[in-house]
Write a protein that binds this ligand. Structure first.
Ligand SMILES: [Ca+2]
Ligand SMILES: [Ca+2]
Length: 507
């Protein structure tokens, strides 16, 4: 068991919370309860004698420092790893931000035929870069990874400028772990003719969806050794599964990221690769959906940083502070009569027309006025999406081909100085829907499209910075300064379900 004093744990998956126990006076008692509930990671809050247990491993969340010296996190390393004398890493993470290094500095890659490697900026999350290989170059990871006795999940972000469907052998290789080109001894994580391919060599799973060109996708490949099941996931949703003919037994001494020089009969159909993550276990469907679609999560616990999977920390703040009386721990306070806001940049899918999105946010308004959340892009595209109308009613709004459209919670105004949970969802089938404290309160039944900027977008919390150009004579939301507290901002690249919103509002 590993113990971290003065620390808190924030899992990325909402579903990993097992139980919260009160009247636990010492850490050992909390650890005993962890055995009872089959937990993996727990937090003991000595000051309020609380024990919180999670099924998530430490690397499935954020470990945060706290000034409370009676708070500690304890965690049990992966049993799969512990029982395995192969000394498997708990995680390998290649970010491709200008190099092939593993974040944990163990499985660093080295470029081969470096002169033709292209770095594409920014990557999926609006910063850093992604890598593009020509057919003659690749990255060699000269470090042994024994996969002969483990399950695994490999995930990544990919973008294909061109999809070649003509030749029999047309591959975009992400990662290969290949001992010899013989069945079940050669692992390929790839895309073939636009479909995800988890290949063991003639014992392969091909996904069902053909991806589009010129779009980022989250892809995940899992192999469950105990059930022999291969699975592929596209943007967090299962896209294919099968039972493999044999177990995977390839045992090479190296791995390759990018094209395979020794497979001369393959036509390379490459794309951009960003952030490959390997773990020696199965990630749950819930965890993969979160990794793919929880775009950013700002808890505002004395920090502006994104606690979600993408670290979207390209932030600007003006006249904001933290208040200790947040909805959860601390909150962001926006309370200036001049200009007070937070801005964060790097939202790819909000720039894609008709692509689903959702926002989840807690607000404690001091006045029912102004713009709470606005989305904009570098070319001047700008849509206030959550705020108040001239009557002081909570309103959501978006842009379609025919202009702005909105819907309001016009039964009553939100109570002042009280926390309310607000959620906005968008999809081409349901249009925009507004939820207050977990309940659907209104939707727009007339318009359903979303006309986006086709650029990387910026979210501004607290005001509209372009009142002279942002929906003149068209906006229902008042383009002025909001005053109040904001907590737990979550941005999703999917339409949350009523059940999920109810759960977010009930936390
Ligand atoms: Ca990157
Ligand atoms: Ca908070």
């Amino acid at each position: 068991m590993d113990v971290y004093q003065n620390a808190q744990f924030q899992p990325i998956t909402l579903g990993s919370l097992l139980i919260e126990l009160d009247f636990i006076t010492v850490q050992d008692e909390c650890v005993c309860q962890c055995y009872t509930y089959s937990c993996v990671t727990g937090i003991f809050f000595g000051n309020n004698q609380t024990c919180v247990l999670y099924s998530a491993y430490l690397w499935e969340g954020q470990l945060q420092l706290t000034t409370d010296n009676l708070t500690s996190v304890f965690t049990f390393p992966d049993s799969n790893t512990n029982n395995n004398s192969n000394n498997l890493p708990q995680i390998i993470e290649w970010l491709f931000d200008g190099d092939f290094n593993d974040v944990y500095n163990r499985y660093n890659g080295n470029p081969v035929a470096n002169n033709a490697i292209t770095w594409i900026s920014p990557g999926y999350a609006g910063y850093g870069s992604a890598v593009y290989f020509q057919s003659t170059n690749y990255s060699l990871v000269n470090h042994y990874l024994n996969l002969t006795a483990t399950s695994f999940t490999i995930s990544a972000w990919i973008y294909m400028p061109f999809i070649n469907t003509a030749p029999t052998w047309s591959y975009f290789y992400l990662l290969s772990h290949c001992q010899t080109v013989v069945q079940d001894k050669c692992l390929h994580v790839a895309v073939s003719k636009g479909k995800l391919l988890l290949g063991f060599c003639t014992d392969d799973l091909v996904g069902s969806t053909t991806i589009n060109t010129n779009q980022w996708y989250h892809v995940a490949y899992t192999y469950n050794r105990s059930t022999s099941e291969q699975m592929v996931y596209l943007n967090g949703y299962l896209d294919g599964s099968r039972v493999s003919t044999g177990p995977y037994i390839g045992n090479p001494s190296v791995m390759i990221i990018g094209p395979l020089p020794y497979m001369s009969w393959v036509t390379d159909n490459n794309g951009y690769i960003d952030k490959i993550i390997f773990v020696p276990r199965i990630k749950s469907t819930d965890a993969l959906l979160t990794e793919a679609t929880l775009v950013a999560y700002y808890p505002f616990d004395n920090t502006y940083l994104d606690a979600g999977p993408n670290q979207i920390n390209n932030l600007t703040t003006i006249n904001t502070i933290f208040n200790s009386n947040g909805r959860f721990n601390q909150a962001l306070v926006i309370n200036s009569t001049n200009s007070s806001y937070l801005q964060t940049t790097g939202f790819y899918y909000l720039g894609k027309s008709n692509y689903t999105y959702s926002f989840s946010i807690w607000i404690c308004p001091f006045t029912n006025n102004g713009t709470i959340l606005q989305v904009s892009s570098p070319s001047g595209w700008c849509v206030p999406m959550i705020g108040f109308d001239t009557m002081g009613y909570l309103t959501i709004q978006t842009l379609g081909e025919s202009g702005f459209y909105s819907t309001s919670f016009n039964n009553k105004t939100l109570p002042l100085n009280v926390w309310s949970h607000i959620s906005m969802t968008y999809s081409i089938s349901n249009g925009i829907r507004l939820f207050v404290n977990g309940s659907l309160v209104n939707k727009n039944n007339l318009v359903f499209d979303y006309l986006a900027s086709d650029e990387m977008t910026t979210i501004t919390i607290g005001t509209c910075l372009q009142p002279n150009q942002c929906g003149i004579n068209a906006t229902t939301i008042v383009l002025s300064q909001f005053q109040g507290q904001i907590d737990e901002l979550k941005i999703f690249a999917r339409e949350l379900t009523n059940y999920e919103i109810h759960a977010l509002a009930s936390e």
